[in-house]
Design a protein around this ligand. Structure first.
Ligand SMILES: *Cc1c(COP(=O)(O)O)cnc(C)c1O
Length: 389
């Protein structure tokens, strides 16, 4: 497709075509894996747009164009992992700067901000971002970055992107949204005023649990330059094979997300009706706090469901987590296969227990990444595991 036509197309078409066109030298329909570290120059400084593969690689450039199109962004910048993408954003701050972040967020983001950047004099606070007055009160004169995650990890809380970006901008801070949980199919934060969208492409974008990657998308020229400078200077770049796998993943993103959403809705409804299950955290449940906001801000409710047992007993929760056959007990999310995770000991173990509890994260919370299998098999699996307690 011509890039002007792709720009006007829907998200499903963009997912398949944006950033890519048949290879001009061979006609290959799929973007080749340009497995090269360097590029020939015909005279010093005269080249075809690529000099050295840390700086750019054509497979990566195709992926960057694809992700940017999906996020309604001018620029996409790819990194070797989601954490490397977050690291690059935070590196643009300076000693004495302050970050205000969500208190219900990916554990590795907390660890990076506190344990890696804290000693360099970058302060961070973590607050409940569904409380807008609390967010305003927590802003400091030196707050330079507001870090938003929605839906949050692991409690799938939905927070108001536009209202939070307005608070950040009124204070002269940059607003960044980690959009890993929703994916651009369900939510495009730049359209709500965010300056930066950050992704762990390892999750829904890659979608097959076979590659680690990250990206930042932006319309802001200054941020684009700063991040590309860091790509070149710090070098946390994905290899061409990783970019190829991620591009292969995004082609089916829209149809995968549709199935993740319908399966998760059915799983959440099953759990909510189950006598042994207590609270179910899923934005698609009308009983869930963030439901109305999710309907406004998102185009679907996503594939992540969390829940606690009614008795909140750790032994019973362990029994459930050790006895599923379709759901695999593992970290990560967003792949075609269903995963089950225990945040307190797995993904969120690096957040001190007192802070986890203050954020409302129960030690017995079970998080599900609902895959694209037959929903009847997923529900039967959960049913038999719950019958063991
Ligand atoms: C996994 C994850 C990350 C980190 O990404 P990696 O690719 O594992 O480095 C960041 N944010 C969220 C919400 C995640 O789920």
């Amino acid at each position: 497709m011509k890039s002007a036509d792709v720009a006007k197309a829907g998200l499903g078409t963009k997912a398949v075509h944006a950033g890519q066109s048949p290879d001009p030298t061979t006609g290959a329909v799929m973007t080749p894996i340009y497995q090269t570290s360097t590029y020939a120059q015909s005279a010093p400084g005269v080249h075809q747009g690529h000099e050295y593969a840390r700086v750019t690689n054509p497979t990566r450039t195709a992926l960057e164009g694809n992700l940017a199109a999906l996020e309604s962004a001018k620029h996409g910048i790819c990194f070797s992992s989601g954490v490397a993408a977050t690291d690059a954003v935070v590196r643009c701050l300076r000693p004495g700067d302050h970050i205000l972040a969500s208190n219900d967020l990916y554990g590795g983001t907390y660890r990076l901000m506190r344990q890696v950047f804290g000693p360099f004099g970058i302060e961070s606070d973590f607050v409940d971002m569904s409380d807008l007055a609390g967010v305003k009160a927590a802003m400091k004169p030196n707050t330079k970055l507001v870090w938003i995650e929605t839906p949050t990890n692991p409690m799938v809380r939905v927070v108001d992107i536009k209202a939070l970006c307005d608070i950040a901008h009124a204070a002269g801070a940059t607003a960044a949204v980690d959009n890993t949980f929703a994916s651009p199919i369900l939510q495009r934060p730049l359209e709500w005023g965010a300056d930066l969208v950050v992704h762990s492409t390892t999750k829904y974008l890659g979608g097959h649990s076979d590659v680690i990657g990250g990206a930042v998308c932006t319309n802001n020229e200054e941020w684009n330059e700063k991040l590309r400078f860091l790509v070149k200077s710090s070098g946390a770049v994905p290899g061409p094979m990783d970019c190829f796998l991620t591009l292969r993943g995004t082609k089916t993103l829209q149809i995968r997300i549709e199935r993740h959403c319908s399966n998760a809705q059915a799983v959440a409804e099953f759990l909510e009706a189950h006598p042994k299950v207590g609270k179910v955290y899923y934005p698609g449940l009308p009983s869930f706090e963030g439901h109305e906001l999710a309907k406004r801000q998102m185009d679907g409710f996503g594939g992540m469901v969390s829940f606690v047992l009614k008795n909140e007993d750790m032994e019973d929760a362990t029994t459930v987590m050790s006895n599923t056959h379709v759901f695999t007990l593992a970290e990560s999310l967003g792949g075609v296969e269903s995963l089950m995770n225990h945040p307190a000991s797995m993904t969120h173990g690096s957040i001190p227990a007192a802070e986890r509890h203050a954020a409302g994260l129960s030690d017995t919370l079970i998080r599900l990444s609902v895959g694209i299998e037959d929903v009847s098999d997923l529900i039967a699996d959960l049913k038999q595991a719950l019958e063991r307690i």
